[in-house]
Design a protein around this ligand. Structure first.
Ligand code: ADQ
Length: 748
C-alpha cells in the first residue's frame, strides 16, 4: 500500500517538476532578452555621449598628447561608472585604456577592428576579469572618416543574478507545490481508498472467520466503492449461507457412518462431543514456527500429520496448544505470557510456547528422547545411549511443561489434555498427581518394543509410571499395545485386565488402545491430480531422468527407515534384471534429520557413499540408477514424485505407522502404481494390498521390485482401489475423533 502511495506521489512530483521546468525556461529566456536589450540601449546612449568627449582628440594635426587622452579616458570611465574604456587609432594601436583593465584585451581589440572595418557598432557578452561583461565597440569618426574606435566595457553581472533568482524562486515554489500535492494525495488516498478498503477487508475477514453474519450493507459507503461493496456484501451473505448449510449437512452426516470423515465433520463432531469444553494439546514440535527471513517476519507450518490431525479440533474448540518455541522469531511475536494467537492470519486458538535453554534442548530432545528412547523403541540395531545428564534434562523439561499446563488449567474443571509422543513420558503422571480430575490421553507415535528389549532402559520404571498417569495410552497398532501391557506386567506392580485392555496402578486405571494414525485423504479432493505422460516426461527430464520406470523412496534421513537396505535391493534388482539398466531410475528423497546427533550424521554419510558406489557400478552414458535428493520438499512437491512413480518403496526396519505409504496411495487417483511395504511398519497392518516385504531380506525386496514393475495395470488398479478405500475410511479426521471420544467417554 505504502509503495503505491509513494509511486503516486512520485508521479505527481515528476509531472509538476516538468511543468515548472518548462515554465521557468521560458521565463528565463524572456527575462534575459529584456535585460540584454535594456543594457544594449543604455550602452548605445552612453557611447554617443562618450563619442562627443573623445572625437576632438583625433583632430589632425593632433593637439592631444597621449597623457591628456589617458587622463580623459580615466575621467570618462569613472564618471560613467564603466568597467573600463579603451581607445584605439585606425591602425589598431591602443591609445589609452582605463587603469582598471588588467586582463588581456585581445577580444576587445578584435571587436574594435570589426567596428572600424564595418563602420558600425559591434558588441558581445564576454567573461572578462571573472565577471560577465557587456563589451560595445564604436567607430570614432572625424569628418565622416573612421579615425579610431572606442570600446566600452559594462558590468552585466546583474543579468545572471536576476536569472539565478528566477530559478531559485521557482525551485522553492516547486518544492512547496510537491509538498502540498503529496499531502493532498496522501489524505485522499487514506480517506477515499485505503480506509474503505481496510474496513471492507475487515468485514469480509470477520464474516469469513464466522465472527459475524453480514447484515445489510451500511448506508454511508464511499461513493466510489458503492458498487463494489454491494457485490462484496452479496458474496459475504452467500458465504455465510453456504457455511450454515455445510454445518447442517455435516451435522446430518454425523448420523450416517458410511460417509468419509472430513475436517468439517470432525469440527462438528468435536463441538458436539466437548460441548464448549476447551482442549489442551501438548507436543514437542509447535504447529506454527516464526522466523526472520532476511529481515522479514514469516511463519511456516512444519510438515507433520499432527497439525493436520489437530487443526480441525483446535478450530472447533478454540483451545490451547503447548509446545517448545523453536523458531528464531518465536519470542518476538509471543506476548508476555509466551502466547500467540494462531493461525496467524485467522486466529482460532492459542499457542503457548515453552522456551528451552540449549542445555535443556540438548539433554531432553537430542539426548534422552532421540539418542535414548528413539533407538530403544525402534528395533533397528542402533544402540540407545542413556546418559544420566540427559535423563535429568528430560525430567526437568517434562516438569517445566507440567508446571506450565497446571498454571493454564488452574481455573478449569475436568480439563481435557492430549499429549503427543515419546518426549513427554513423564508428563501424564506429573499432571495427574496435581489434578486427578484432568482427563489425560497420551499418544505414542513410535513403536513400543517387546518387554525384553525395553528392559535395558535404566529409567524404565519411571517412564512406565509416568505414562500410567494417563487415562488413555494410545499406540499405532494392537501389537504395540500388547508389548506395552507385557512390559508393565514385567516391570511394575499393577492390575492388568486383558478383557478391557486396562492397567490399574495405585487406584488409577489407564486404558491401552490402538489408534492407527493416518492422513487427511477423504477421497473427495483427488480430482485433477492425474499427470499426463507428457507432463511426466517433462518433470523427469527436469531432473535429468530419461528412464521409463521410476522407483521412489521418501524418508527423513533416519536409520530406522531402511534406506541402506533399500539401495542394496535396487542393486540386487539391477544385477538380476540387466534389461532394466538405463530403463529404471530410483529416486530417493531424504533431507537430513536431527543431524546434531552423530549417529544420524554418520548415517547420512553412509547413504551418500552407498549411492555413489551403486551409481559407479551401473552408471553409463549419463544414466544413473539412483538419484538422491537431499533437500526438504513440501507436500505439494512430493505429490508430483508420488504421481510419477511406478513403485514406491517403504522399507522401514521398524516404524510406528509411516505416513509416506499412505500419502503415496492418496495421490494415485489414477489407481496405478505399486507400494512395496515393510512388514515392520505399522502401516502394514492396514495396507494389506501392498507388496509386503522383510526389508532385511535384500534379495526378496529386489525380486519384489521386479514383481511391481511387471504387475499388469488391472492388478495394480484392483490393489490401489482397495488401498485407497482403506485410507478414505480410516483417515486422520477419524483418528482424531476416535481418540477424543475415547478420552472423553472415560470420565475422570
Ligand atoms: P516420521 O518418522 O517422521 O513420523 P512418517 O510417518 O513417514 O515418519 O512421515 C511423517 C511426515 O513427514 C509425512 O507427512 C511425510 O510426507 C513427511 N516426510 C517424510 N519424509 C520426507 C521428505 N523426505 N521430504 C519431505 N517430507 C517428508 C513419526 C513416526 C511414524 C508415524 C508418524 C505419525 O516415526 O511412524 O507414522 O510419526 O504418527
Amino acid at each position: 500500500m505504502i509503495k503505491q502511495l509513494l509511486a503516486a506521489v512520485f508521479g505527481v512530483a515528476l509531472v509538476v517538476a516538468l511543468i515548472v521546468a518548462v515554465f521557468t525556461l521560458n521565463q528565463v529566456r524572456d527575462e534575459r532578452e529584456d535585460l540584454t536589450v535594456d543594457l544594449e540601449y543604455r550602452s548605445a546612449l552612453l557611447a554617443e555621449r562618450l563619442h562627443v568627449g573623445l572625437a576632438p582628440s583625433f583632430v589632425t594635426p593632433t593637439s592631444t598628447t597621449p597623457e591628456v587622452l589617458q587622463a580623459l579616458v580615466e575621467n570618462l570611465s569613472q564618471q560613467e561608472r564603466l568597467e573600463g574604456l579603451v581607445v584605439y587609432d585606425n591602425k589598431d594601436n591602443l591609445l589609452a585604456k582605463s587603469s582598471t583593465l588588467t586582463d588581456n584585451l585581445e577580444a576587445q581589440s578584435e571587436l574594435a577592428r570589426t567596428a572600424m572595418d564595418k563602420d558600425q557598432a559591434a558588441s558581445a557578452f564576454l567573461r572578462f576579469q571573472e565577471k560577465q561583461t557587456y563589451v560595445l565597440a564604436l567607430p570614432i569618426r572625424q569628418n565622416a572618416r573612421v579615425v579610431g574606435a572606442m570600446v566600452i566595457l559594462r558590468n552585466a553581472e546583474h543579468i545572471e543574478a536576476k536569472l539565478d533568482m528566477i530559478w531559485r524562486d521557482n525551485i522553492f515554489r516547486l518544492l512547496l507545490q510537491v509538498l502540498i500535492f503529496s499531502a493532498a494525495i496522501g489524505l485522499i488516498f487514506w480517506f477515499v481508498f485505503y480506509k474503505p478498503v481496510v474496513n471492507l477487508a475487515e468485514s469480509v475477514r470477520q464474516v469469513r472467520a464466522g465472527k459475524r453474519t453480514p447484515e445489510q450493507q451500511p448506508e454511508k459507503t464511499p461513493f466510489l466503492f458503492r458498487p463494489l461493496i454491494a457485490e462484496f456484501y452479496k458474496i459475504m451473505r452467500s458465504l455465510s449461507q453456504a457455511r450454515f448449510s455445510a454445518q447442517e449437512e455435516a451435522r446430518l452426516r454425523l448420523e450416517k457412518i458410511d460417509t468419509p470423515w472430513t475436517a468439517e465433520r470432525l469440527r462438528e463432531f468435536v463441538k458436539d462431543l466437548l460441548k464448549g469444553r476447551e482442549i489442551f494439546v501438548v507436543s514437542n514440535r509447535e504447529p506454527y514456527i516464526h522466523t526472520r527471513d532476511g529481515g522479514a517476519l514469516r511463519y511456516f507450518v512444519p510438515a507433520s500429520g499432527l497439525v493436520t490431525a489437530m487443526q480441525p479440533v483446535m478450530d472447533a474448540t478454540g483451545g490451547m496448544w503447548i509446545a517448545h518455541g523453536s523458531g528464531d522469531a518465536d519470542r518476538e511475536v509471543a506476548d508476555k505470557q509466551d502466547k500467540v494467537a494462531v493461525p496467524p492470519d485467522e486466529p482460532k486458538y492459542t499457542l503457548k510456547r515453552i522456551w528451552l535453554t540449549e542445555e535443556e534442548e540438548n539433554g531432553y530432545y537430542y539426548g534422552y528422547a532421540n539418542e535414548g528412547l528413539w533407538p530403544l523403541c525402534h528395533l533397528a540395531h542402533t544402540r540407545p545411549t542413556f546418559r544420566k545428564e540427559d535423563w535429568e534434562q528430560y525430567r526437568k523439561v517434562n516438569g517445566k511443561f507440567a508446571a506450565s499446563i497446571l498454571a493454564e488449567i488452574k481455573q478449569i474443571e475436568n480439563p481435557l489434555i492430549l499429549i503427543h509422543d515419546y518426549h513427554f513420558a513423564l508428563l501424564p503422571r506429573l499432571i495427574k498427581n496435581s489434578r486427578p480430575d484432568a482427563q489425560i490421553g497420551i499418544f505414542w507415535h513410535i513403536p513400543w518394543p517387546n518387554a525384553e528389549a525395553f528392559s535395558i532402559c535404566p529409567q524404565r520404571k519411571d517412564l512406565l509410571d509416568g505414562l500410567l498417569g494417563a487415562d488413555i495410552i494410545g499406540f499405532q497398532t494392537q501389537a504395540h499395545c500388547n508389548n506395552f501391557i507385557d512390559t508393565v506386567s514385567k516391570e511394575l506392580e499393577s492390575l492388568i485386565d486383558l478383557e478391557q485392555f486396562s492397567i490399574t496402578r495405585e487406584g488409577h486405571k489407564s486404558y491401552i488402545k490402538p489408534f492407527p494414525i493416518s492422513i487427511a485423504f477423504a477421497g473427495t479432493e483427488d480430482a485433477g491430480e492425474e499427470i499426463s505422460p507428457a507432463e511426466r516426461r517433462q518433470f523427469l527430464s527436469s531432473l535429468g531422468i530419461e528412464s521409463q520406470y521410476i522407483g521412489l523412496g521418501v524418508d527423513r534421513l533416519d536409520y530406522i527407515k531402511g534406506i541402506g537396505e533399500r539401495l542394496r535391493a535396487v542393486e540386487e534388482f539391477l544385477e538380476n534384471n540387466p534389461k532394466y539398466i538405463k530403463n529404471f531410475t530410483f529416486i530417493q528423497i531424504a533431507p537430513p534429520s536431527r543431524d546434531q546427533i552423530p549417529r544420524f550424521r554418520e548415517f547420512g554419510e553412509e547413504i551418500k557413499s552407498e549411492v555413489e558406489r551403486i551409481n559407479k557400478k551401473f552408471g553409463a552414458n549419463g544414466w544413473r540408477p539412483i538419484v538422491l535428493l537431499n533437500r526438504h520438499h513440501t507436500h505439494e512437491e512430493l505429490k508430483i514424485f508420488y504421481s510419477v512413480a511406478n513403485v514406491c518403496l517403504v522399507t522401514s526396519l521398524h516404524d510406528g505407522m509411516n505416513l509416506v505409504a499412505k500419502e503415496f496411495i492418496s495421490t494415485r487417483s489414477d489407481e496405478q502404481g505399486v507400494l512395496i511395504l515393510s512388514q515392520f511398519a505399522g502401516a502394514s497392518r492396514e495396507l494389506k494390498e501392498a507388496l509386503i516385504v522383510n526389508p532385511y531380506h535384500v534379495e526378496a525386496v529386489g525380486d519384489m521390485i521386479k514383481t511391481a514393475l511387471t504387475m499388469n495395470p488391472s492388478e495394480q488398479k484392483k490393489r490401489m482401489k482397495r488401498l485407497r478405500n482403506q485410507i478414505k475410511t480410516n483417515n486422520v479426521y477419524r483418528w482424531s475423533a476416535e481418540l477424543l471420544k475415547a478420552i472423553v467417554s472415560l470420565g475422570s
